[in-house]
Write a protein that binds this ligand. Structure first.
Ligand code: ZN
Length: 150
């Protein structure tokens, strides 16, 4: 288990250092902003939806290592997915970081997103990890509003 934990930590460090999809997306038809006042994380999400599929996605912002890595991994995992599939991932991810280990099931089913399974032990960090997902939801709903974890 400690090997796995170390691997997860490396995934988070890597995505914090070299965030994927860290760019303003020209041609985005959905955007949303997210803010986690507890930690100071800010994210702007750019989504290009075509025929109900997330064709491209990018983000910008500033925040802690967890929020940055979470945004990087979130954008990587939902690219090419339908809105319904992205919604399913949101629920699976949310469950993984907010419920007891036994109830949450096997985090490895979530692929690289499993790197955040340890976050549930640090409740203050849960909002950092879920901020990009809440922001994605707001963007997909097309509200164009600011979301806050508060
Ligand atoms: Zn944070």
């Amino acid at each position: 288990m400690s090997d796995l934990r170390e691997l997860y930590q490396q995934v988070i460090l890597d995505h914090n250092k070299n965030p994927r999809n860290f760019r303003r997306l020209e041609g985005a038809n959905r955007t949303a902003e997210g803010h986690n006042p507890l930690c100071g994380d800010q994210i702007t999400l750019y989504v290009q939806i075509q025929d109900d599929v997330i064709g491209d996605i990018g983000f910008q912002g500033s925040g802690c290592a967890i929020s940055r890595a979470a945004a990087s991994l979130m954008t990587s995992s939902v690219k090419g997915k339908t809105r319904a599939e992205a919604e399913d991932l949101f629920h699976a991810f949310h469950k993984m970081v907010t419920t007891e280990r036994e109830a949450a099931g096997d985090p490895r089913a979530l692929g690289k997103l499993a790197a955040f399974s340890g976050v549930r032990e640090f409740p203050i960090r849960v909002k950092c990890a879920t901020l990009p997902w809440h922001t994605l939801r707001a963007a997909l709903e097309g509200k164009g509003q600011k979301v806050s974890t508060e």
